[in-house]
Design a protein around this ligand. Sequence first.
Ligand SMILES: [Fe+2]
Ligand SMILES: [Fe+2]
Length: 252
Amino acid sequence: MTRSGHAPDRPSRRAVLLTAGGLSAAGGGFGAGFGVAHAASGAGDPDPAAVLRVPTPGEDLMTEHGLLIRVLLIYRDLMAGQAAGQPVQAGHAHDAALIIHDYIEAFHEELEEAYVFPRLIQAGQLRPTVSTLLLQHARGRELTQLILAESGGTGSLPAAAADQVTSAMAAFVRMYEPHEAREDTVVYPAYRALLTPAEIADLSARFADLQTEQFGGGGFTTMLGRVAAIEQALGIYDLAQFTPPNITPPLT
Ligand SMILES: [Fe+2]
Ligand SMILES: [Fe+2]
């Protein structure tokens, strides 16, 4: 068991998701990353006003990628600290990897694999890209399991464990930056182009329901809070610290 009592193996929801859509459905939009009440679903045209209040599938997916990027930044900070000779705190490493495990792997990627990728394959689009993305999901899960296994204690990690954890984080960051950038710029737009407005409304609602079912209300907000807590502990929460100094010469 992990620090928070989670079993290391991911609680796959693929069977549920595939039952909900997958290849047999028209495709899937990712709904309500913010827990927004969803629009009309089922038969008939969606209410346009309600649709406007719900994130489109692409918006929702990219918001989830924003959460992923913030964990990658946490990984980068831990890697930089270790390179500078600072100890790696087991709790920070473990908690960050759990967010990847709990939300990105057990929800976001499950939805990609059950809805987005099958729809593209069904349409004969981006087959090599989808194949690579699937392999990267699998490799990412292996890296996350390694990080969780090596960071299960408390206090500072022993040197050997710290090396393993930060090496796995480096491989994870190196893979996921291009991975999510390709999804944002190529995969999601191609997927969006296959969906009708009615499908977007219906499937956004379905995904909102799945998220609520898996995490309860405010699932994304809860994950965001977990990310912010680690950022604050590491001293990287304050956005202003990343603004470079003004390089414009002062007026004379
Ligand atoms: Fe992905
Ligand atoms: Fe993704």
